[in-house]
Design a binder for this molecule. Structure first.
Ligand code: 13P
Ligand code: SF4
Length: 306
């Protein structure tokens, strides 16, 4: 038996013995995903954890994802597998800046992408995921809306909803933001006839050239259904996973040198084993007022069909 498999089996045994649930985002290394009970995008993971009997959850992802699990399951002990793992975009905007905006712009709703800290969500009106953003923004009565933090996802939503006026700030994902139209042209030349699927966190010059723009889960579904080759324009974990599970598929990674999110790669199977055994990681603790405010922001999304 290979060493990697032995470690996966050991994690499996320890999870069962200790009643621990392991969640892994699709951007995690394949060996970490292989040891998880549930894999998927951030909100799908939080939703999945809510319905599970385990009292302890280990989140292999970044901090805002572990916070979202805690918001939906406050009674569980939620552990972030590696305390260094934090989405830079989630922390780009201070709650005080939103509060100042609200004071100056009463009646303008503030929409927060799920990639935000719980403290930021707590001062916003409604949360969105990359797959629900267009639907949720469209369901708001108001025309003027502040959309934070990702200006590229915001620009994508604006392009789908010309009747709305989205106010965008300067936030972005450093990984997806690095992709350019020149990368697309190069990849299309290297793989003629292949379709292009990208995440909406990419620049408008990239989303404009894509055949499909969608969340992690939507990109996976699109790539699996496609009858032609697909160039994947999102963090490489998605491509790694697809290639491992579907080696027969013709899949290419758009600009491989740019598409690694370092924060998503901190967790290793060995460190995960330590977390399951109760050593390592960071227990997520949220201030009760932050918890109430952020939960309200997420519940509003669910109320609006997100
Ligand atoms: P998803 O919500 O599509 O999984 O995206 C999370 C993320 O971090 C995108 O970069
Ligand atoms: Fe954050 Fe971008 Fe990494 Fe996603 S890929 S976790 S948005 S930095």
């Amino acid at each position: 038996m290979k060493k990697g498999q032995r470690l996966t089996d050991l994690i499996g045994e320890e999870k069962a013995r200790r009643g621990v649930l392991v969640l892994a985002h699709t951007y995690q290394p394949p060996a970490v995903q292989a040891a998880a009970d549930v894999t998927g995008d951030s909100f799908a993971l939080a939703r999945a954890a809510k319905g599970r009997p385990e009292k302890r959850v280990v989140m292999c992802g970044v901090r805002f994802m572990a916070e979202t699990v805690k918001l939906l399951s406050p009674e569980k002990e939620v552990l972030l597998a590696d305390a260094r793992a934090s989405c830079p975009m989630a922390e780009q905007i201070e709650p005080a800046r939103v509060l100042a905006f609200k004071k100056e712009n009463p009646g303008v709703p503030v929409v927060a992408y799920i990639n935000t800290t719980a403290a930021l969500k707590a001062v916003c009106d409604v949360c969105v995921t990359s797959s629900s953003a267009v639907r949720i923004v469209s369901s708001l009565r108001e025309k003027d809306i502040l959309f934070i933090p990702d200006q590229n996802l915001g620009a994508w939503v604006q392009s789908r909803l010309p009747e709305k006026h989205l106010i965008l700030w300067d936030g972005c994902c450093p990984v997806h933001r690095a992709l350019t139209a020149a990368d697309v042209i190069k990849a299309k030349k290297a793989h003629p006839g292949a379709l292009l699927a990208v995440h909406p966190e990419c620049l408008p010059e990239v989303t404009r050239l894509a055949d499909m723009v969608g969340s992690t889960a939507e990109i996976i579904a699109y790539a699996l259904a496609a009858e032609r080759g697909v160039i994947i324009g999102t963090e490489r974990g998605v491509w790694d996973l697809l290639k491992q599970r579907h080696p027969e598929k013709e899949l290419y990674l758009l600009a491989p040198r740019k598409l690694t999110c370092p924060d998503m790669k901190y967790t290793t199977p060995r460190a995960l084993l330590g977390c399951v055994r109760g050593a390592g990681g960071e227990i997520i603790e949220l201030d009760p007022a932050v918890m109430r405010g952020a939960a309200r922001c997420v519940e509003k999304m669910l109320e609006l069909g997100g």
